[in-house]
Ligand binder design. Structure first.
Ligand code: GDP
Length: 202
């Protein structure tokens, strides 16, 4: 794979239906935009089931890991789990597809140094009630694993963001055509990336 300059790193971000319904598009975009990352694609759309399932393609290891949470919750409540952990994990994938197709989503591509890590830091941990204060999930919503699992649905945590470069490129292809991805210069980038910073003094 071609080695890209760090300032070219891209991440895929999806504002889930709860973010749109809560009126948080602007707030979330602002939090990302003010870091200095560059917005290279943005649209509001309805996701179809195929896109959602492709996006949330998860292997058995992921399903097993997530499903263990449900199994442990049953055990903690003194009940016997009704199925294997991996099956509970697969239920989460189906619930996620239901969730992201339940209403409009906003999809975006952001570019810049450590774009993936920067947006993950802003998003916060998966579970809103335990995400750090100051993060999108920690500040702006209140869902928890317990409530989501009791109601057999996906955790509503406002935002999806890629977790590694290969995933970002895979996800971008699911949601955007090439001609929707812009290449342009942002004046801000001179301050963030220019080597000599010699364009300021007159
Ligand atoms: P993320 O990268 O922080 O979004 O987390 P993951 O990739 O691990 O999970 C994808 C999405 O699945 C999360 O954002 C949640 O919406 C949902 N999810 C993850 N774990 C659980 C769980 O244990 N229970 C339920 N109900 N939903 C979950």
């Amino acid at each position: 794979m071609e080695v890209l300059h760090p300032k070219k790193e891209r991440t895929f971000v999806l504002l889930k239906p709860d973010a749109i319904q809560r009126g948080l598009i602007g707030e979330i975009v602002q939090r990302i935009e003010r870091t200095g990352l560059k917005l290279v694609a943005l649209k509001i759309m309805l996701a179809n089931r195929e896109q959602a399932m492709e996006h949330y393609f998860k292997d058995d290891a992921w399903c097993e890991e997530k499903g263990m949470r449900a199994v442990n919750a049953f055990k903690a409540a003194g009940k016997t789990p009704e199925k294997e952990a991996v099956e509970y994990g697969r239920d989460i994938v189906r619930a996620l597809a239901d969730f992201v197709t339940s209403g409009p989503v906003v999809v975006m591509i952001w570019q810049g140094n450590e774009a993936i890590g920067v947006v993950r830091k802003l998003a916060g941990g998966t579970e809103p009630t335990t995400s750090d204060v100051g993060t999108i999930r920690g500040d702006l919503t209140i869902d928890s694993y317990r409530m989501a699992n009791v109601d057999s649905r996906a955790v509503r945590n406002l935002i999806h963001c890629s977790d590694k470069p290969e995933e970002a490129e895979r996800e971008i292809k699911i949601w955007f055509n090439e001609n929707e991805q812009l290449t342009y210069r942002l004046i801000n980038e001179e301050v963030l990336y220019d080597i000599n910073l010699d364009g300021i003094l007159e």
